[in-house]
Design a protein around this ligand. Structure first.
Ligand SMILES: Cc1ncc(C[n+]2csc(CCOP(=O)(O)OP(=O)(O)O)c2C)c(N)n1
Length: 718
């Protein structure tokens, strides 16, 4: 994106909101304080009950035990105030384990709030995730994206949501998104994480509508805040950050918190750019159920924090000037009734069904199966039907051209597609695969990103949850390392929310050896890592036609996909093929039998397929060569059927031998085709050495045509 609004002037020191009597009156009218008090009291009651029935207590029946408890005591009042400002139907929230008061104020039912920590069926995870790691899919109001257990990982998906707001409003012309914001919550320790800085860079460079809400209780489990940022005050430290409004104050003072939060939310909603607000709050509890605070907090410190409890201050602020004593008493009675009813309903829910535990790792589009929040809807996908029949007589294209044409076509037919990554926009990618696309589709749809892979993938997740189809490029396979956390969380997102949410994204990732060159950074393959991760589809096309079909399938699909672009195929004409057409699709998990043979099955994928084909040439029609095309899912049937016929199997890949994907195939063949085998299953692969630079070293580690042929020969004569 190039056309940013003018930067907010550097703000100098952050400050608290200044108040005038007029502002006070407007503020008083703006907040429904009874509601805020109700949500706070509900949150307190939940914490009270959970803390007194946790697993350390005797004589509580097992089925009434919260296995892992996180209290929000002390953080609750400010969150309830914040929640009352999150009112736009397209507001998107990314939160963490201490954010339950906010969720309650956004519509989380008391029953669900209880049932999930109790591990009961239904609710936001169907017993799969820690109770307070929650979410709130909401088609008519603010959405809380699925939380994650790893601190800091909440930030970049929120930046993605905020960028999606701008995309819907500015590019798709949907004015129902005008004025929406992304809100992210984090503790003060989370400001030390990569995710925080990555999101801050994205939000400030793109001037996104994003509010960072830092609740500073001074402790990250036991570590003090001045270890997370010098002096312990992130708002002060960021006061001179360009394009960022910073504010801070006392989160125990309801009136001051309300004024600060209203100012920040208004700033962000009005399109002036991101804001960060830091509120100090006490942690009136241990870090979590298993923590007893011994060793890092003295009784005096615990007592001093107890004096700062914001709940009595809220009562004092409201009674008698805004609520009478009697109204407060009625409110407490109402909360007690509602909480008891919610508790009973939660306890009456059955335990989750063990038979369902493996459901929802991937999308289930069978008729009647519920639709998740996120990704293209089924109806949208139905308008993008493709064909598995290639067109006749397409021109011969190189691998890179095939990918480019597919991206171009999908950008044309689906306005929700965005293509981005480092250098992807103006330059057209360091491999030039996206060359010309920005010119054709604008810098809002095809764009460069900041240099943060965590930011690229986390942002993609937030965009996908908001209903877009992000196609992210990781410049080289090795540079997916900094994004590992976001990639892993993306893959499990559907499963851990029991299909309430999904984030189908496509990650294009060049890797593997190049034409006569290699090195440990640009030539990593290591695809097995993604096959091992949950929830991902992994495509490893060996040629241009398969690249078209698989990439289109991924971009019209409902599951996140790693799309591997082999460097040697990008750099040579090895993978050239006839262009199979603008609507060509290949389903995942369908191998291609490249040549039929009688005596041995050779299984491969990616660029090594071409070396296997050359090796097979020496053996006439004795070799059956299978190009797997995708390793997650992989076509077991095609491999087993072939091996049962030939009686021999060699697997060839570029990834490490040890625990490479060949080991998975070998184990499957050894078990399920054992009685048909005439020789041991063999593998040829790189022998657990990083890719070297000099061509003679590269040749020494990569399986050569000659080596593959020798191993085929050995098996045939075994
Ligand atoms: C990436 C990661 N590292 C470590 C942890 C373990 N951990 C859980 S909470 C926490 C402290 C977080 O403190 P803060 O962000 O201030 O939030 P608070 O708990 O105080 O609300 C740590 C270290 C984690 N969950 N994720």
């Amino acid at each position: 994106m190039t056309s940013l609004p003018p930067p907010v002037p550097r703000g100098g020191r952050s400050r608290s909101a200044s108040k005038t009597p007029k502002a006070d009156a407007a503020l008083a009218l703006r907040f429904d304080w009874r509601n805020i008090a109700y949500h706070t009291l509900v949150s307190r009651a939940l914490d009270d009950i959970e803390e007194t029935t946790n697993k350390n207590r005797a004589n509580v029946p097992r089925e009434h035990v919260v296995l892992y408890q996180f209290s929000a005591r002390g953080h609750d009042v400010a969150q309830a105030i914040l929640g009352s400002l999150i009112t736009h139907p397209h507001d998107g929230v990314s939160a963490y384990y201490r954010s339950r008061p906010l969720l309650i104020s956004l519509g989380l039912t008391i029953e669900d709030a209880f049932a999930s920590p109790l591990g009961r069926s239904g609710g936001f995870s169907d017993g799969r995730d820690i109770g307070v790691v929650c979410n709130l899919p909401n088609r008519d109001g603010p959405v809380v994206m699925p939380m994650s257990g790893d601190v800091g990982s909440q930030y970049t998906p929120c930046a993605g949501w905020a960028q999606a707001i701008r995309y819907y409003a500015d590019v798709l012309g949907d004015d129902s998104w005008d004025g929406a914001i992304g809100l992210v919550l984090g503790g003060e320790a989370s400001v030390a994480t990569n995710g925080f800085w990555s999101a801050l860079t994205i939000a400030t460079t793109l001037s996104l509508p994003m509010l960072f809400y830092v609740e500073d209780n001074g402790l990250g489990i036991s570590v003090r805040g001045d270890m997370q940022t010098p002096g312990g005050d992130i708002a002060r430290n960021l006061a001179s950050f360009a394009n960022l409004l910073t504010r801070e104050g006392d989160g125990c003072d309801p009136e001051a918190s309300a004024a600060l939060l209203a100012e920040c939310v208004d700033h962000v909603r009005s399109g002036k750019g991101p804001a960060l607000v830091r509120l100090t709050v006490p942690r009136l509890c241990s870090h979590s159920g298993p923590d007893n605070q011994r060793g890092y907090r003295t009784d005096a410190e615990i007592n001093a924090d107890a004096q700062r409890d914001p709940l009595p201050r809220l009562r004092q602020f409201l009674v008698p000037s805004r609520l009478s004593e009697q109204e407060w008493a009625e409110l407490e009675a109402e909360v007690a009734r509602d909480v008891q009813a919610g508790l009973q309903a939660a306890r009456a829910r059955p335990e989750p069904d063990p038979a369902s535990v493996s459901r929802w790792v991937y999308a289930d589009d069978s008729p009647g199966s519920p639709e998740a929040f996120g990704g293209l809807s089924r109806a949208e996908r139905a308008t993008l039907d493709g064909t598995t029949e290639p067109v006749e007589g397409g021109d011969v294209v190189r691998f890179a051209e095939a990918v480019r044409r597919t991206l171009r076509r999908e950008l044309e037919v689906n306005k929700k597609v965005l293509v981005f990554g480092e250098d992807v926009g103006r330059k057209g990618g360091v491999h030039l695969v996206t060359e010309g696309l920005q010119k054709q589709f604008s810098d809002r749809r095809v764009f460069d990103t900041s240099l943060s892979e965590e930011g690229i993938i986390g942002r993609s997740v937030g965009m996908a949850i908001a209903g877009l189809m992000p196609v992210a490029e990781i410049q080289f396979r090795k540079y997916a390392d900094p994004a590992a956390e976001q990639l892993n969380n993306c893959g499990t997102l559907r499963w851990r929310t029991a299909n309430r949410f999904a984030s189908p994204i496509v990650v294009r990732m060049p890797g593997g050896f190049g034409k006569d060159v290699g090195d440990p950074w640009h030539s990593l393959s290591d695809e097995v890592r993604f096959a091992h991760a949950y929830g991902w589809q992994v495509a490893m096309p060996s040629n241009a036609a398969d690249a078209v079909g698989l990439l289109r399938s991924a971009m019209r699909g409902a599951n996140p996909t790693i799309f591997f672009e082999h460097r040697s195929l990008l750099m040579t004409s090895d993978g050239s093929a006839r262009y199979p057409g603008d609507d060509y699709v290949i389903p995942f998990g369908a191998a291609n039998v490249l040549r039929a043979g009688t005596d041995i099955t050779v299984v491969s994928w990616g660029a090594l397929v071409h070396r296997c084909a050359a090796a097979a040439d020496t053996f006439g029609n004795r070799v059956e060569l299978i190009d797997l095309r995708t390793i997650a899912p992989w076509d077991r049937n095609a491999v087993l059927e072939s091996v049962r016929k030939t009686g021999r199997c060699l697997i060839a890949h570029e990834d490490n031998l040890t625990a490479g994907f060949g080991a998975e195939i070998a184990a499957t063949v050894a078990k399920d085709a054992f009685w048909q085998l005439d020789a041991p299953v063999d593998r040829v692969a790189v022998e657990d050495v990083p890719m070297p630079y000099h061509p003679v070293l590269l040749d020494a580690v990569l399986p050569s045509v000659e080596l593959i042929a020798a191993r085929i020969e050995a098996l045939l004569t075994a």
